[in-house]
Design a protein around this ligand. Structure first.
Ligand SMILES: Nc1ncnc2c1ncn2[C@@H]1O[C@H](COP(=O)(O)OP(=O)(O)OP(=O)(O)O)[C@@H](O)[C@H]1O
Length: 229
């Protein structure tokens, strides 16, 4: 059987020190299988962003293990973690974080250039990606010239430009009106389904969550199946 794209084992995470320690995750475990799209739906402050940051190797857990594609990643040194993150994980956030001085195409090219592709290859792939996300006609525009939904589609294109195996998204439609949110999620979903990557997506939008393969929540610092109730 294939390795999970992501496996979290008994993740504990604390913020603060001494008397002010706040234990947010208390032994959270979950698996995400290749091609699976899972919604993380939980109240504000329960640790969704923390969990995503740990899964994407942006934050080291206080204890516990993170496996990406079957490889234990939490024990790697900083350089190896960075390489792993760059090659295997794509991130989408609530706010697009596009670089304002670059065009849509250049924003999607950037991670590919960092990964070593030639400018010509990176531009070709960026254009394909933007076409796929139905914003090819906006490739030469800067983020400030794009609508919120268009900006977020560029951010999705950038996240998957290096063909990661895992996509982590933290409220990717949280900043959009409901109609635009649905449209942007459709583009994200089509891309995930077509490329076979796995996605863990934190969202407060229950309609969007309903369209994923399954839903989990965070309860008392643990990951719990949300479809059971
Ligand atoms: N760097 C930090 N230092 C101290 N406490 C933190 C830090 N980051 C997060 N927290 C606290 O940890 C808890 C969980 O935060 P987190 O951002 O993971 O929650 P969330 O479920 O993503 O919330 P939201 O839905 O509001 O984004 C919160 O109480 C938050 O205040």
């Amino acid at each position: 059987m294939a390795n999970p794209s992501l496996e979290l084992k008994s993740i504990v995470h604390e913020y603060g020190q001494g008397d002010s320690v706040l234990q947010i995750l208390k032994g959270a475990s979950m698996k995400l299988m290749p091609g699976e799209m899972v919604a993380l739906v939980a109240p504000s402050g329960t640790g969704k962003s923390t969990l995503l940051q740990i899964a994407g190797l942006l934050e080291k857990p206080t204890s516990g293990e993170v496996f990406l594609n079957g490889r234990e990643a939490s024990a790697l040194d900083d350089d190896a973690r960075t390489a792993f993150r760059r090659n295997d994980v794509g991130f989408v956030y609530q706010f697009h974080h596009l670089l304002p001085e670059f065009t849509a195409r250049e924003n999607v090219m950037l991670p590919q250039l960092i990964a070593g592709l030639s400018p010509r290859e990176a531009a070709e792939r960026a254009d394909q990606m933007l076409d796929y996300l139905k914003i090819g006609h906006r490739a030469d525009h800067r983020p400030a010239e794009l609508s919120g939904g268009e900006q977020q589609r560029v951010a999705i294109g950038r996240a998957v430009a290096n063909a990661p195996r895992l996509l982590l998204a933290d409220e990717p439609t949280g900043n959009l009106d409901p109609g635009t949110a649905g449209y942007v999620f459709e583009a994200l979903e089509a891309l995930v389904r077509q490329s076979g990557l796995s996605a863990l997506i934190a969202t407060h939008n229950l309609e969007i969550a309903a369209r994923m393969d399954r839903r989990v929540t965070l309860q008392d610092g643990l990951v719990v199946d949300r479809d059971a109730d």
